[in-house]
Design a protein around this ligand. Structure first.
Ligand code: NAP
Length: 320
């Protein structure tokens, strides 16, 4: 089969399309025919060799895919050949024509969701739901700032929060990004490249502040996020690419908190709850992954450059 292989850590160009033996599912495993693979920022950190998880070389990147079950190993009962699924991680890597996964890593993909959309389910929607439900303590009627609402996680958060009855404020750095955040459910949108936009956000809440910030770039925004919080407000750090100074007194006067997580660390109980919500949300149309760009598998290097460039617009997916 064809697969992307990383033989050395480094720049996007280390992603090479190769012909490799098709993996076979052992007991408790399934073989997925990948119809689309999602490209996530962590795929690029891992490729650089600087991420907390450093796979042994050579490896095939990717944890998010959608496709059909090709075959199953002994003892597999939850799925059968032909079933449509999305993956939440794989054993052999998603940037490939076929991928082996544990039976527990595949979940039903409703008919209304295309394979390209299905490749943008686990990391974006799992993260957004986990952030709102388990860390943000989000409740209907509360006010939420999705700081970075134009990308994979941000759009997911906007859709979920809107359906939960929150007042949703979104930010993006381009008109196209602002438009998609609005279209997917943000009540108000602000351009995070414009000076003074934080003041405009505060004014839009009548000076009260927001109850929750979901932060995609904490190293830039955490210090100013604290000044946007209402009493008992919380910032949930989702993304960060460096250090940032903060004023602890901003937390003290608001009885506020900063919370953070990594999706790799979800507990079994949380994971079960997340997938139940994801499948239901995909079924009932609450969760509608937005595919910004589809590229052939051979263009994986281009996809890695795109996902790190400003001007996000939904998901970039690779088609084997
Ligand atoms: P993405 O699709 O590339 O989107 C990136 C988002 O960040 C876009 O909305 C982008 O907006 C926004 N952004 C850029 N500059 C910003 C600024 N100054 N202030 C606020 N937002 C800004 O990435 P993603 O998949 O949504 O992931 C977002 C971040 O979360 C990444 O850093 C990723 O590594 C991290 N993440 C963490 C976890 C976890 O487990 N903690 C899970 C998933 C993702 P514009 O392009 O419109 O400017």
């Amino acid at each position: 089969m064809k697969a992307i292989l990383v033989r050395e850590f480094g720049a996007p160009e280390v992603l090479k399309l190769e012909e490799i033996p098709t993996p076979q599912p052992a007991a408790g495993q399934v073989l997925v025919r990948v119809k689309a693979a999602g490209v996530n920022p962590y795929d690029t950190y891992m490729r650089m060799g600087t991420y907390a998880i450093k796979p042994p070389l050579p490896y095939t990147p990717g944890g998010d895919a959608a496709g059909t079950i090709e075959s199953v190993g002994a003892g597999v009962t939850r799925v059968k050949p032909g079933d449509r699924v999305y993956t939440a991680n794989t054993l052999s890597g998603a940037y490939a024509e076929l991928a082996v996964a544990l039976e527990s890593q595949v979940h039903p993909l409703p008919e209304r969701i295309s394979f390209a959309q299905g490749a943008g389910v686990w990391v974006p929607y799992g993260t957004a739901f986990h952030a709102l439900r388990h860390f943000g303590d989000a409740r209907g009627g509360q006010t939420l700032l999705v700081h970075g609402a134009s990308g994979g996680v941000g759009i997911a958060a906007v859709q979920i929060a809107r359906a939960m009855g929150l007042v949703v404020i979104g930010s993006a750095g381009t008109q196209k990004g602002l438009d998609i955040a609005k279209l997917e459910g943000a009540h108000q949108v602000f351009d995070h490249t414009k000076s003074g936009y934080q003041d405009a956000i505060l004014q839009s809440t009548g000076g009260r502040g927001v109850d929750i910030v979901l932060e995609m770039l904490a190293n830039v925004n955490l210090g100013s996020d604290l000044k946007l919080l209402a009493t008992n407000g919380r910032v949930v750090v989702i993304g960060s690419r460096g250090d940032v100074p903060i004023t602890p007194r901003d937390l003290m006067i608001r009885r506020a908190s900063v919370r953070a997580f990594n999706l790799w660390g979800v507990t079994k109980t949380e994971e079960k709850e997340i997938h139940a919500a994801l499948v239901a949300g995909l079924e009932n149309g609450t969760m509608r992954p937005v595919v910004g760009k589809e590229l052939p598998l051979a263009k994986a290097a281009q996809a890695h450059k795109d996902v790190m460039a400003p001007g996000a617009f939904g998901k970039t997916v690779l088609i084997p």
